[in-house]
Design a protein. Structure first.
Length: 138
């Protein structure tokens, strides 16, 4: 699926905002965000720096990303749930933020609850991420 540069940036920024919700960043989260960032065309060093600074960066507005299509929003939520559960615990603030993102993108609550239940039964490593199928069109 081809996506815009703006959607790619929102995808990465959204994941960065998500990983700071519980105020700790695990090795698994670093791995997943770096992997997704690379898929979206961001340099590894850029991703690592962004991850390293996200906890203390008070200038980033903490708003759920809004994507150009519902399909992309669904991919983001699925990856977000995988990321949130990568430390074997979905923090309530992570789930609440993903719920807000689903609402901001017009996704149904029943769809989100089903995806949340599905995420509870799988481990994010090494399964295929939704972002693996994305290509940013420049």
């Amino acid at each position: 699926m081809n996506i815009t540069v703006r959607d790619g940036g929102n995808y990465l920024k959204g994941l960065l905002l998500l990983i700071r919700k519980d105020r700790k960043i695990t090795d698994a989260e670093v791995h997943l965000v770096t992997r997704i960032g690379k898929t979206l065309g961001f340099e590894r060093t850029f991703c690592e720096n962004a991850i390293g600074e996200i906890l203390e960066n008070k200038y980033i507005v903490d708003e759920p990303p809004v994507f150009s299509t519902m399909e992309l929003a669904k991919k983001f939520i699925k990856d977000g749930l995988a990321l949130a559960s990568s430390d074997n615990e979905v923090h309530p603030s992570e789930e609440e933020w993903l719920w807000s993102t689903a609402e901001a993108n017009g996704l149904e609550g029943s769809w989100f609850r089903q995806e949340r239940a599905n995420a509870a039964h799988r481990h994010p490593l090494p399964f295929s991420l939704e972002a693996d199928s994305l290509t940013v069109a420049y």
